[in-house]
Design a protein around this ligand. Structure first.
Ligand code: MN
Length: 714
């Protein structure tokens, strides 16, 4: 175990300004708090945080990180409180300790690899300060080094598997190569000890057979390069058992066939020398095709830079040679930690400030070399995961959701049916409103009820496409049902007016004329205003007396064509822009109009005197100067009339016949108020333009039963 003064000395060796007092205080605090607690090894528990701190001094990490390492288990495992830690060490340290504690508290329960991927992202997202992640990795490394003390084999295997799935890739992603390799090797010992043993035995055999081969190769390579007058360092080593094992699995080869088990590193001064050395290698030895990789011109997403080539080297040994500068080497091995230490060397007055952001910046620095945007997204970039949130299902699955997701999004993500029937949600055991915004690591339980259906108000707060699409579909379905009922009512009335009895069967006989697949579709079409009741009656009874007023039936596909393909009779629009006519003011050709740009919906056309426009008074950028284009073919528009009509027999039929005589089609009729004396109603009429509507209004005013008639606004 590292002694107190030893730890302080280690930190002071690379950071002379280190806060000695606080370091000492943290050391003593951790030993006192963990007191007589014991590790599985029988060691006092406090040896663990001290070792973790020791690991981090190897990466020359700042004082706060070392102190956080010393305190990292106190909140979780002792009676230490956040208040006490804040008082003794300040709020910055407390934030870091809290971060590590949170990472420790979440636990992955499912082992499939998709889950592992999400879990890694969760850990990254939760490590707002990368130092939190570094402490967590060092914590895991020390636990792995002492894993053999755990007596239960299943527990050892579970922890080792988690290390392989989660922590080794995390270490690699932030570029901490040697932590990654050690974690993998330690895990390999517990997961597949036989394979590891046989690889080690084989390596031993090769070593005995060919004594000192690594040294001989190193010497020959040195010779070849120094002949050119270059000063380089060359290190040779056998590859790690786990990386040999992976290669054997990946390539499906046996150990005998695996030739390049030796790797050599050539460290040079600057980048041009890297390519110079590469030249000497290829000039002196046969190149193994397909193995050359230039990670200097195209670094890996985690910032790794090096040149790799495989040659038939000295004594015809197949060897991999990695060529890099010393600085690249340091970054390759220690990732962000090295990068940070390197920057820290620079004298700077703003050192103490914004440390957290500098860390992020440094990480971004490394990542900006990433070549594949996808990989870039996939890996490492902490900030990237700030727009995602990761939550747990009751079974322990990690569900990735966009930021600001709610329990409804979560429910739809689990299963459409659960979304459709959700009535409530528990977050971390407590009931919350369905609109609650979820946080990283929340555990969500959805309460469902068979009687529930999607609620249209959910659409206002859900953020996932899946939830939104499903809710909209439901609303559309509901609307269609309403149209169907309305259509039926309109038809029954239209049939009665013409002296016929309505029957589904009669409609069934004329489906072809409308090009609609079913009776329901005809009803819906009438309800939605695509066809009038009169059109349907005349389709069923072609010989009807009222032939002149009957309009030629337009099949449904022609109506749709008309709606979509006809040029929009409006000037001042960008071609291809979607256009809607506002439901509040129902603009008609001839009206003075204005366009309002609506995000995701194109342009909505309002009449210039529409009250709704006040809403957009503050946003002049959304106003679009538009006018009617009279060159186009006549289109049909909906005009809305507001009427007060005397309550007397035949009133409604005289109104409808006045409108029909003036070639207007009623597409909708709604009573807004009904007293003993008067009806108030809104009538939507299919007209050609504003003049057409004015004519109808005039004709209505001339009708005795009509008390008042106006164009309806809003
Ligand atoms: Mn720990």
């Amino acid at each position: 175990m590292i002694r107190q003064y030893e730890l302080v000395e280690r930190v002071k060796a690379y950071d002379p300004d280190a806060c000695e007092t606080t370091l000492n205080r943290a050391y003593v605090y951790a030993t006192q708090k963990h007191g007589s607690q014991k590790r599985a090894s029988g060691d006092p528990y406090f040896s663990h945080p001290i070792e973790v701190a020791g690991i981090l001094t190897n990466y020359k990490l700042d004082c706060d990180t070392i102190i956080t390492a010393l305190l990292h288990d106190t909140i979780e495992d002792t009676d230490a409180t956040p208040e006490e830690i804040t008082k003794l060490f300040g709020s910055n340290i407390m934030k870091l300790v809290d971060g590590v504690t949170k990472l420790t508290q979440i636990e992955l329960k499912s082992a499939d690899s998709k889950q592992a991927e999400n879990f890694r992202k969760l850990l990254l997202a939760m490590s707002e300060d990368i130092r939190v992640l570094l402490v967590k990795l060092a914590d895991r490394l020390h636990n792995m080094r002492t894993l053999h003390y755990i007596s239960k084999p299943e527990k050892r295997v579970r922890i080792a598997a988690e290390t392989l799935e989660i922590y080794a890739p995390l270490a690699e992603r932030i570029g901490m190569h040697d932590i990654k390799e050690e974690l993998e090797d330690l895990a390999f010992q517990h997961i597949n000890p036989e394979a590891r043993e046989s690889i080690l035995a084989r390596l031993e055999f090769l070593r005995e057979k060919d004594d000192n081969v690594v040294n001989r190769i190193v010497n020959e390579l040195k010779d070849v390069i120094s002949r050119q007058g270059l000063k380089v360092d060359i290190y040779g080593r056998e590859k790690r058992p786990y990386s040999i094992w992976q290669k054997m699995q990946r390539k499906n080869i046996t150990f005998g066939e695996l030739s390049d088990i030796m790797a050599f590193r050539v460290l040079v001064e600057d980048m041009p020398q890297c390519y110079e050395v590469l030249g000497y290698m290829h000039a002196n030895y046969k190149v193994v095709p397909g193995r050359f990789k230039d990670y200097i011109s195209t670094p890996k997403p985690n910032g790794y830079r090096s040149i790799h080539t495989t040659v038939l080297g000295p004594e015809n040994h197949r060897i991999e040679v990695q060529i890099r500068t010393r600085h690249m080497h340091e970054v390759n091995e220690n990732g962000v930690a090295a990068h940070w230490a390197y920057k820290q060397d620079k004298p700077s007055g703003e050192q103490k400030e914004g440390v957290q952001y500098r860390w992020l910046r440094d990480l971004l620095d490394i990542l900006e070399h990433a070549s594949e945007p996808e990989e870039f997204l996939e890996h490492t970039k902490l900030a990237m995961f700030q727009d995602q949130v990761f939550c747990f299902s009751p079974k322990g699955d990690v569900i990735a959701l966009p930021a600001r997701a709610t329990p409804v999004d979560f429910a739809y993500m689990i299963h459409t049916h659960i979304g459709d029937t959700c009535v409530g949600a528990k977050v971390n055991g407590a009931m919350v409103p369905l609109r609650t915004v979820l946080n990283n690591g929340d555990q969500i339980e959805i309460v469902t009820s068979k009687a529930q259906t999607p609620n249209p108000t959910w659409e206002r707060f859900v953020v996932t496409g899946k939830a939104r699409a499903r809710i909209r579909r439901f609303i559309r379905q509901q609307q269609e049902d309403q149209y169907k009922d309305l259509g039926k009512a309109i038809l029954q009335k239209a049939f009665r007016q013409e002296g016929y009895d309505y029957s589904d069967k009669a409609i069934d006989g004329v489906l072809k004329i409308f090009k609609l697949p079913s009776v329901d579709a005809v009803l819906t079409s009438v309800g939605a205003g695509h066809h009038t009741g009169r059109e349907v009656v005349h389709a069923v009874f072609p010989g009807s007396k009222d032939k002149e007023t009957a309009r030629k039936v337009v099949p449904i596909d022609k109506i749709r064509e008309r709606k979509h393909d006809h040029a929009i009779p409006i000037k001042g629009l960008i071609p291809g822009m979607a256009v809607h006519y506002a439901g509040c003011c129902h603009p008609l050709p001839g009206d003075r109009i204005v366009g309002i740009v609506t995000t995701g919906k194109g342009v909505t056309i309002h009449t210039i005197d529409c009250d709704t426009l006040e809403t957009f008074a503050e946003q002049p950028e959304r106003w679009l100067d538009v006018g009617w284009d009279n060159d186009g073919e006549p289109e049909h528009f909906i005009g809305r009339l507001s009427l007060t009509v005397g309550h007397e027999q035949g009133a409604l039929s005289s109104i409808t016949s006045v409108i029909a005589k003036n070639h207007g089609n009623i597409t909708n009729l709604r009573f807004t108020n009904r007293t003993t004396d008067f009806f108030e109603m809104l009538i939507d009429v299919d007209v050609v333009d504003v003049k057409h509507l004015t004519n109808i209004i005039a004709a209505l005013r001339a009708t005795p039963v009509v008390n008042t008639v106006e164009r309806a606004r809003g």
